[in-house]
Ligand binder design. Structure first.
Ligand code: 5GP
Ligand code: ZN
Length: 112
């Protein structure tokens, strides 16, 4: 499958890694929208939040267990925001589920 985040997950495309284990990868966004902007992805391809189900939800739970440590590793100290964009109206541009972890500064009170 021609998926850029699958290629990042399997090392075909390099990334600036923050954390990796057998299930997930966290790496810095190429185009940061906050002082610290990390993307967290499941290594197994899931296209978006709409595709989360009973069979793959352990990977998603694992992402959320690991996010506090990933934020710490990225130097985030004073809170952060976790976002996933889904589908057309959500302005999802990469069709491999990813969670944006934004922080390192005071974020906007607006989310949209
Ligand atoms: P979306 O708009 O789908 O929620 O977010 C996709 C994100 O992936 C964007 O913030 C974009 O900057 C980031 N991105 C796209 N291609 C690459 C890449 O090749 N490497 C990295 N590190 N980030 C990427
Ligand atoms: Zn993928």
């Amino acid at each position: 499958m021609d998926c850029i985040f699958c290629k990042i997950a399997n090392g075909e495309i390099p990334s600036n890694k923050v954390y990796e284990d057998d299930k997930i990868l966290a790496f810095y966004d190429l185009n940061p929208q906050a002082k610290v902007h990390v993307l967290v992805i499941p290594k197994n391809h899931i296209s978006c939040a709409d595709e989360i189900n009973e069979a793959n939800c352990n990977d998603i739970a694992h992402i959320f267990v690991k996010i506090p440590g990933i934020a710490r590793l990225a130097g985030i100290k004073n809170g952060y925001r976790v976002i996933t964009n889904c589908g057309e109206d959500g302005c999802q541009s990469v069709k491999h589920l990813h969670y944006h972890v934004l922080g390192g500064e005071k974020l906007s009170e607006k989310m949209a």
